[in-house]
Design a protein. Structure first.
Length: 101
């Protein structure tokens, strides 16, 4: 099945501690049904100091479930994603506006 959310999509968080926050998907893991969104679901990771980099507490974006994300349409509102055939290609489109994504 084709992916409804892909790397580079602008999304909004629907549930959880970051509800309402917006960001861009930096990576998607379809086998675990999770995605990493920049600036959302941040956690602190402790790193050991090495010769090349400083140690300490580093904030890192953790994966969030795809069901808790909704893509933003051109108006900046959350929408669902549908698929349709245009010519020979399968295209994703926003259900609210009907425009191809």
């Amino acid at each position: 099945m084709a992916a409804k959310l892909k790397k580079g999509d602008k999304v909004v968080v629907l549930t959880g501690k970051d509800k309402g926050r917006r960001g861009e998907i930096s990576s998607v893991n379809p086998t675990e049904n999770k995605a990493v969104v920049d600036g959302v679901n941040m956690a602190i990771r402790h790193t050991r100091q090495t010769q090349t980099e400083q140690g300490g507490r580093v904030q890192k974006a953790m994966p969030i479930d795809l069901s808790n994300l909704a893509i933003l349409d051109k108006n900046g509102k959350a929408t669902r994603v549908g698929f349709r055939i245009e010519g020979e290609k399968k295209v994703r489109y926003a259900k609210t506006t009907g425009e191809a994504i």
